[in-house]
Design a protein around this ligand. Structure first.
Ligand code: MZP
Length: 500
């Protein structure tokens, strides 16, 4: 046997040591744009994302709804592959049907329409709704509906007429027809909806156009009517049914594929990559690998990006069951080094994705500093409103369901296929809960705030910059204790204390 001289390490064993922060290095200037497909030296990657976040190829994480929410914020979802080819392709189509700008006319709706009717309107799928009523009250006659993508609507009381909904029903906000541009704007901003009210010739509010990057202080940008760019979306595939699945996904408009497997260093993966590269013009990632050899093998087969990580996922019991895997930090470090060597040799840069095991926001910064181009997260996204799973209350707290693709619940045997029988003989994942955390947007904003601030501590304005400048130290077990609050009595634990 070959013995590695160093133990397998993970992110929590490292810290970043700050560099000089110059005055021009501020969080608003940090650019997290990153490539997800290989490119030649001096060229640009054919597919980039604005933030280095991708969501995991998992039933409990990446459906079309989460994909739209993440794409709106600049990342990419890989729609779960453990479903029929037709339903996965349908999800791709739904995401691609969204446009970066959005206009809806009130002429689509009639006062007697129920909320169910409204939600069934194809173009409203996944959007939240503002009812415009005649007198501006929640019970007034419905005159129109305007929608916002980032605002979640409850789907429970679907059959009531809209006029029966009372505020504070979370997504029903009433606007008055005839309200001024300013009033409409204030209403929208009060509810944190990024949108743009339009008024017709009679000063009636007739349309709202939604756009994430609209700055209310700027002049009304006419050319926004209507930006027709669609969001990017990825999808997971396997090395069994790819000859049927890939054509359907490509036809549906998918931007990137990834072979989803717990161990990607296999001849089946090489064949799958070769087939896709030969027949289609679509980005294809492969993995997961944890070392130099695995990286070289899949890149040799033609993969556009490589996914790194075995056994580090929060729901994963592969290491316990089979004793295979590697600490996520060690895996990323070695694969990143292999990627750099390959780039020096060939002039081709192959992005790598650190998949699984991210617990704290700083783990993302460390993964990037160690050479990852982007990360893939399961547990992180499963906690949000937009993930496909049930929100339940347990012990007074809201949680969401989250299960592994290797669990009996997911029954995704293709992900663990090592040839032979086509069943899931033993579990490699668990079925669990994660604490409910609210909307994707608010959590992502916070994570990005932390990450960009850390970039500035490290004197870096881009991922590439961070990778060049980062100084990383191992931490001893004793200094780990020092890293959290210590030797103080936390106020939240003092309910049993009596203060006279
Ligand atoms: P995490 O973000 O929850 O820590 O990890 C998510 C990653 O765990 C996924 O992207 C995938 O690579 C991996 N995964 C998914 N299901 C299982 C399993 O059942 C698993 N073992 O390990």
């Amino acid at each position: 046997a070959y013995y590695y001289s160093e133990p397998s390490r993970t992110f929590s064993e490292y810290l970043l040591v700050p560099n000089l922060t110059t005055k021009d290095c501020t969080p608003d200037k940090v650019d997290l744009t990153t490539p997800i497909a290989k490119f030649k030296r001096g060229e640009k990657s054919p597919l980039e994302i604005k933030i280095p976040f991708s969501s995991a190829v998992m039933q409990a994480v990446s459906d079309d709804r989460l994909a739209v929410a993440l794409a709106q914020n600049g990342g990419i979802s890989f729609l779960f592959g453990s479903q029929s080819i037709s339903s996965q392709a349908e999800m791709v189509k739904k995401v691609k049907a969204f446009k970066a700008g959005f206009v809806i006319s009130r002429s689509n709706l009639k006062p007697q329409h129920t909320l169910k009717d409204v939600l069934e309107l194809k173009e409203l799928h996944g959007h939240s709704t503002i009812a415009v009523t005649e007198d501006g009250s929640a019970t007034g006659k419905l005159l129109g509906i305007v929608t916002a993508r980032d605002y979640r609507i409850s789907r429970d009381p679907l059959d009531k007429p809209v006029s029966e909904f009372m505020t504070p029903f979370e997504a029903l906000i009433c606007g008055k027809v005839g309200m001024s541009l300013k009033e409409a704007n204030d209403l929208i901003w009060e509810h944190k909806l990024n949108s743009l009210p339009l008024i017709d010739d009679n000063q009636n509010l007739v349309y709202l156009v939604f756009r994430k990057d609209y700055d209310r202080n700027k002049e009304f940008p006419n050319e926004l009517l209507d930006s027709e760019k669609s969001y990017i979306v990825g999808a997971g595939i396997n090395s069994r049914d790819y000859k049927e699945r890939v054509p359907a996904l490509v036809e549906a408009g998918v931007d990137a594929l990834v072979i989803d497997s717990s161990d990607g260093y296999t001849e089946w993966q090489a064949e799958t990559v070769q087939y896709v590269k030969e027949h289609f013009d679509v980005v294809i990632g492969a993995g997961n690998v944890v070392d130099r050899e695995g990286f070289r093998y899949l890149v040799g087969a033609g993969a556009d990006f490589i996914k790194v990580g075995i056994g580090g996922g929060s729901i994963c019991i592969t290491r316990e069951q089979k004793g295979i895997g590697r600490g996520q930090a060690s895996a990323v470090q070695e694969v990143a080094q292999a990627r750099d060597e390959y780039y020096a040799e060939t002039g081709i840069y192959v992005p790598i994705c650190s998949d699984g095991g991210i617990v704290h926001d700083y783990h993302i910064t460390l993964a990037l500093a160690m050479g990852a181009d982007f990360v893939m997260l399961g547990r992180y996204f499963a906690r949000f409103d937009e993930s496909p799973t049930k929100k339940v209350k347990i012990g007074g707290n809201f949680v969401k369901e989250y299960w592994g693709e290797g669990s009996n619940r997911a029954r995704n045997w293709e992900r663990y296929d090592t040839g032979g029988k086509t069943t899931l003989l033993f579990e490699e994942g668990v079925d669990s809960y994660v604490p409910y955390a609210g909307t994707l947007r608010e959590n992502l904003d916070k994570s990005l705030g932390i990450i960009k601030s850390t970039f500035c501590n490290c004197g870096s304005l881009s991922i590439h910059d961070l990778q060049e400048k980062a100084r990383i130290t191992l931490v001893s077990a004793t200094s780990l204790v020092e890293g959290g609050a210590h030797d103080v009595i936390l106020k939240e634990n003092t309910s049993t204390f009596h203060v006279d």
